[in-house]
Ligand binder design. Structure first.
Ligand SMILES: Cc1cc2nc3c(=O)[nH]c(=O)nc-3n(C[C@H](O)[C@H](O)[C@H](O)COP(=O)(O)OP(=O)(O)OC[C@H]3O[C@@H](n4cnc5c(N)ncnc54)[C@H](O)[C@@H]3O)c2cc1C
Length: 492
């Protein structure tokens, strides 16, 4: 333990970004490695008060706040860098920042009313407040559009919102919540559209009640639970959609999914660094693990994942800004989210495999990383469902274009044209527009890999290290083997 309680603050919000991110990385190292006992951090629920206080001294959330409200301007490249710096030290901390950024600050910046934005953003910057999003209900997770939380116009230009929400990250900790609800009609039925309300936990009228805290399997640093919502909020707290609320929700979720690679980036780099270090140090049968062929295969796969994730970060930086409406970006957003979370978890599994029994200790990074990365494949759209949605969207476009040949379609489609050309033979077959759901999932998984390879090829064209790009494209797990298996099944 260090005697230094905290690092000095170097005017974090006004400093140039290079200084800011360097300061942030240094602060994180200090918090997670010098001050805190790493083993304790991984086995204790919540975060020691000094940890979040120290992290917040750098004002990392300012990157998600527009400049006119005192933030760093919401540049996605900077948001990705902050998420990556955090996930190198702690995936849970990175998710905490991601929740605040993509699920609260970005939707409020884009759809919030002018009269309340200044006050909210000021509280994030000056008072280090936090915010989260409540969509999921006990009976409506994947089926969120049928949620039962409702609202109606109450007295004095206020809305009354009521329902039960669970699994919202930062339960009991957030100062603000974005809560989704459907309008109650005069006959008691609920409208089809979804609206968002900002709930300020400093106002007793808007306070949600934590009914139960969950014992989450991983991500110990983040509190989860079940919340009762029975509040009234002023009209100014209702977000204003451009057209429909459902489109606002899709835009918000697709933006968040596109930004997942920021969290993947630091995490994958850490998996690679730790796995390499372990394999060089560990001797089995008088040679280091590093010299075994299968071990090299696992390490090069993690390296390939790192390159894929870099390509996705570059894509997010250019496409996920709030000035773009992502409501219809089903194929790209779902591909990025589902593929990056699959490779994050697979990298953790490989690290655990290489670490052997030592990695299975609760206080070892390998075991923790495996458990912590798993729910990323479940939340913000279960990957099975996202892969099926990718296929449905592609098949719909193919049907509209009266095209049955997958290779012909993907060779012209902007998200896949470069990669599809490399695999034209393997993708050269006619699709069945009515295929069963399990095949939609398999097809979506293959398309997701083609999309991610396309992003890697683009990264290479822009001058990223050629050996890493070709290593990533050659990775046996990246596409060809699975695709061939899938194709054989498809043709049987
Ligand atoms: C760690 C963690 C953090 C979370 N953070 C938040 C948060 O901040 N805010 C929030 O609102 N929610 C959050 N959630 C909730 C999360 O978004 C939901 O768990 C998710 O949407 C799935 O809903 P469900 O749990 O009700 O599962 P269900 O809807 O019951 O689905 C379970 C499984 O059934 C299968 N399935 C479901 N529907 C279909 C279908 N149509 N076709 C084929 N298979 C299907 C899939 O395999 C799916 O994974 C979080 C969850 C976890 C675990």
């Amino acid at each position: 333990m260090s005697v230094t309680s905290s690092l000095p603050v170097r005017e974090p919000v006004s400093a140039d970004f290079a200084t800011f991110i360097e300061d942030f990385r240094e602060r994180l190292r200090h918090v997670f490695r010098t001050r805190a006992d790493a083993d304790e951090v991984s086995t204790t629920r919540g975060l020691e008060p000094f940890m979040m206080r120290e992290v917040q001294r750098s004002s990392p959330l300012s990157v998600f706040i527009p400049e006119e409200y005192g933030g760093r301007g919401g540049h996605v490249r900077q948001c990705q860098a902050v998420l990556a710096a955090a996930s190198y030290e702690s995936l849970a901390l990175s998710l905490t920042i991601g929740i605040n950024g993509a699920l609260f600050l970005q939707p409020v910046a884009k759809y919030g009313r002018e009269e309340i934005k200044q006050g909210i953003f000021e509280r994030f910057i000056r008072e280090k407040h936090m915010g989260g999003l409540m969509i999921t209900e006990p009976d409506h997770g994947t089926d969120a559009l049928n949620m039962k939380t409702s609202y109606c116009q109450g007295e004095g230009e206020r809305y009354a919102v009521s329902g039960t929400k669970h699994w919202a990250g930062l339960t009991g900790w957030a100062d603000f919540w974005l809560v989704t609800a459907r309008q109650e009609r005069p006959d008691g039925s609920l409208g089809r559209d979804i609206d968002f309300f900002i709930l300020d936990q400093d106002d007793p009228e808007q306070c949600v009640d934590v009914e139960e805290r969950f014992h989450n399997l991983g991500l110990y640093a983040i509190p989860y639970g079940r919340n009762r919502v029975d509040v009234t909020v002023p009209e100014t707290h209702k977000l204003v959609p451009e057209t429909m609320g459902i489109k606002m929700m899709l835009d918000t979720l697709h933006r968040s999914r596109t930004e997942f690679p920021g969290m993947g980036m630091g995490f994958l780099r850490r998996m690679l660094d730790e796995a390499m270090a372990h394999c060089k140090e560990r001797f089995v049968g008088q040679k280091s693990l590093f010299e075994y062929d299968q071990v090299k295969k696992r390490l090069s796969r993690i390296q390939a994942y790192f390159t894929t994730c870099s390509a996705m970060c570059a894509y997010a930086s250019e496409h996920a800004g709030i000035e773009n409406n992502l409501a219809t970006s089903t194929v790209s957003s779902n591909s990025v989210k589902a593929v990056v979370t699959d490779i994050m978890h697979d990298a953790a599994q490989s690290f655990l495999q290489l670490t052997g029994a030592k990695g299975y200790r609760l206080d070892h990074l390998a075991g923790r990383a495996t458990v912590d990365s798993r729910p990323f494949q479940i939340f913000e759209g279960s990957n099975d469902v996202l892969y099926a949605q990718i296929s449905k969207a592609v098949l719909k476009q193919m049907k509209r274009a009266k095209e049955k040949n997958l290779s012909n379609y993907l060779s012209e489609y902007e998200m896949t044209s470069r990669a599809a050309k490399r695999f034209s033979g393997a993708l050269d077959f006619e699709v069945d527009y009515q295929m069963p759901q399990r095949k939609l999932v398999d097809l979506g998984r293959a398309i997701g890999r083609v999309v991610s390879m396309d992003l890697v090829i683009e990264l290479g064209d822009r001058g990223f290290r050629g050996d890493l790009v070709s290593g990533s494209l050659k990775d046996p797990d990246h596409l060809p083997a699975k695709r061939r298996r899938w194709r054989r099944r498809r043709l049987r």
